[in-house]
Design a protein around this ligand. Sequence first.
Ligand SMILES: *Cc1c(COP(=O)(O)O)cnc(C)c1O
Length: 478
Amino acid sequence: MKEQGLKNVYDSEKFRERGHRLIDQLADHLEDKTTEKSHRAIHWNTPDEELRFWKDFLKNGEVDSMFSNMIARTTYVHHPHYIGHQVSPTAPLTALSGMISSLLNNGMAIYEMGMAPSAIERVVTDILCKKIGFDTNARGFLTSGGTLANLTALLSARKAKISHDVWNEGNSQQLGILVSEEAHYCVDRAAKIMGLGEQGIIKIPATDGYEMDVSQLESSYRNALKKGIHVFAIVGSAPSTATGVYDDLDAIAAFSEKYDLWFHVDGAHGGAAIFSEKYVHTVSGIDQADSVVIDGHKMMMMPTITTALLMREGKNANATFSQKADYLLTQEDHEDWYNSGKRTFECTKNMMSIHWYSMLKLYGESIFDDYLTHLYDMGGLFGEMIEKETDFELAVTPVSNIVCFRYIDPVMEMQDLNALNEKIRQKLLEDGTFYIVQTKLRTVHYLRTTIMNPLTTYAHLSLLLETIRKLATTILKE
Ligand SMILES: *Cc1c(COP(=O)(O)O)cnc(C)c1O
């Protein structure tokens, strides 16, 4: 029986009751996963099986088991065997702030629709700007994801560096950006949305170690100029997604300075290293950037989706979507920081700043150092473990918590090894004891792990290698 009537929808006692029950369920889930009472990181179902289940559930399922089914039939990011994609096991505190955002539903585009979270957003982004090493001209805002933030940054770059007003008048000139071939695909996508086309995405080759080969910057740039491409920006990855390797931001900063390019740092994953005493060196040069992206939902324990876009010159952020070309020069005194919709791509967004603020208030900045430092340490440790084994091989020595490796057998051909590692990963997925992912680097198939959970230990990683070894043996016997 469905509950009837709108009155029921807004019944505060029902909310209270259900809410208490749900919090208990979520806390049980958290306990089960973090203490490994349940052994699996994922209960794999095929998309078709899952679709069938939920179609049927809508007709025949018990309402009382709806939330518990939703919780159960997902991937368990809080399980120490979850070593897959780069989303955080959320700090449970931010699930609570998420609830505030969902219930209060202030749309944030203008100050009046989110007074506290707008002011809070200024507090939080000022802290991030300071941590990066920007001065007080810097400003930041929060937006819905690294993908959107990268696009927004490149739009700001175009506005700032191209003298004619592309935003209002369109463009007939071929514009371009420089970016490593290892950069996240969303940078390509952003450039294509901006109409740069394939031509305008000038790919800098990566070194054997997968970082941008900065020795090729000059020649790539000159080649682009020869073709009549007006290059206006360069993007550094901190780090690149596939391998977790950082580009040399100092070198890129110097290059961008020399040719007056906008320097954008895609720190969606590892920009949070600004908080780590031990690993801040990985982002050396970030203070020279014109814009920096940092995802809260990756290396900062927050729920999807919340991303900071920080700009060295705050006024550039105000100009991005401005209809008036001269806005940038005239509005110094009324920068209007509290109406975030002027600077964000999206109009409505959730009250995401309250996650950042809650973390800072309850745990302090040092919690971000603790989290990233520990996980990067674990990445290094896992790399050392793999190096010691004769039947495993690293793609590259890890410099973050992203570790790519594969199972090897000296008598096997490369094609067969690719197929073997692909099968290993599929069997791991179906088995569900561990959740890891995979990637192809220069035609070689690798298993890819990102250690996101501070509860993942040496013993778990050791068991993962042992599990893979056993699977490989079984597959080879088939
Ligand atoms: C994850 C990632 C992105 C995309 O960010 P989303 O928040 O998933 O949109 C962009 N760049 C890098 C380097 C990333 O790791």
